[in-house]
Design a protein around this ligand. Sequence first.
Ligand SMILES: [Zn+2]
Length: 475
Amino acid sequence: MLAQAFLSALLLVGSGAHAHKGCGGQEVMRRNPGGRNIDSYAEYASELKRGREGRLDRRQATPTDEASGAESTDPSFECTGYSYAPWAALKANYPTIWETATILSTDTDAQTLFATINSSVAAKFPNIGPKGTNSGDFTGVTYDYGTDPDCWWTDHECTTPAADTGLAADITTVPEALTWGYGFDDGPNCSHNAFYDFLQDNGQKATMFYIGSNVADWPLQALRGYADGHQIAVHTWSHRYMTSFTNEEVFAELYYTRKLIKDILGVTPKYWRPPYGDVDNRVRFIAAALNLTNVVWTDDSEDWKEGVPADNVTAADVTANYQAVIDKAGNGTYTSSGPVVLTHELTNFTMSEAISQYAAIKAAFKYMVPIATAYNDTNPYEETNVTYPDFLTYTNQSSSSSSSSSSSSSASAGSAGLTASSGGSSAAASGSAAATTTSGASASTTSKAASSAGRIEAGVLGVAVGLGGAVAMLL
Ligand SMILES: [Zn+2]
């Protein structure tokens, strides 16, 4: 699929649409072959702790048990498949991973919700249909590329739908001066522990746009992202071109990714990013109906192209792309807003490059924050009992009451921490891996129990779909 996607990208150039910019496909260890059983996040986190200690020991050049110490930061170990009982139990309720998602014939909740959304789409955008192939071949698509009536990002990077659509503009920047909107696509990557350790050591949170099929393959890695206090967001089920899909497929790609993140992590994301940036008003409408805010970007690091022969992008090119954004911090570009830069946890290169660039970004920009934080959204999930710091709190500029709304049983690990209270449990965002062991596991189990009250704001539909016990799994 990867080769196909890039080939299609080349074809785009001649198709009338502008050459797309966006993240690449996901070929990294995408199949979970089964293997050993890991029954809980606690067990996984204790492995993380061993790996972390081993790494620190090696740094200090003291004798250590290399074999166990290397476990959790050695990609070949980290990417050995495992069986995680909660996912095994849920698998029958989901589409086949890495295939285009469709609504399961047994899923009446999804069918009912989709029927409502679908009739609205048909009424609102009767002239927008699927475009091209799901691997991004838009050759032969009949479209008015000049006027771009569908606000199709892949045409001319349109991010502001016409006012009469009622659709919100996409998020492209962050509304804070000299602030880098920090996020990574295509995770959870099975080998991300060294990178996530680095972020943890720096007290740094980011927005992680997770692919549903990757969450299914690597649920424990996804749990780590949440336990570490990152903002978890949706990056579709199978990582294909969204404008190529039928209404049902668009819905299912988003719906099942949200649902899986809820089932595994206990929270329902309110933000998403389209693979390759490929979105138009029809796709935006369906996403908005699922209460998902679309986040694209201002700058592309092109880290996803490194190592792909057809793209001819070198590591030095990617470094230069980072540097170009960093340089703009010094020339007055970001006096009232900041960039959102497309970067990935796709390969060891993209992650190690992010680590390499961190100090320079930090020096040039005043702040690096997750997207929701930049927008002062302390509730980036449907579950209102999970709160994140607002911008001022995250950046230690003042304390805020907005991140202390949890019950007395909750605990927050520092000013930049995630606070989650779910029936007496808490999820700490930072601290040792041992600390996240307990909190991550409890967040995942208890928040399901707390999910029965809530609703999906149906966004542009102008209606709210009430969710009772029968559809509690949605939340
Ligand atoms: Zn992607």
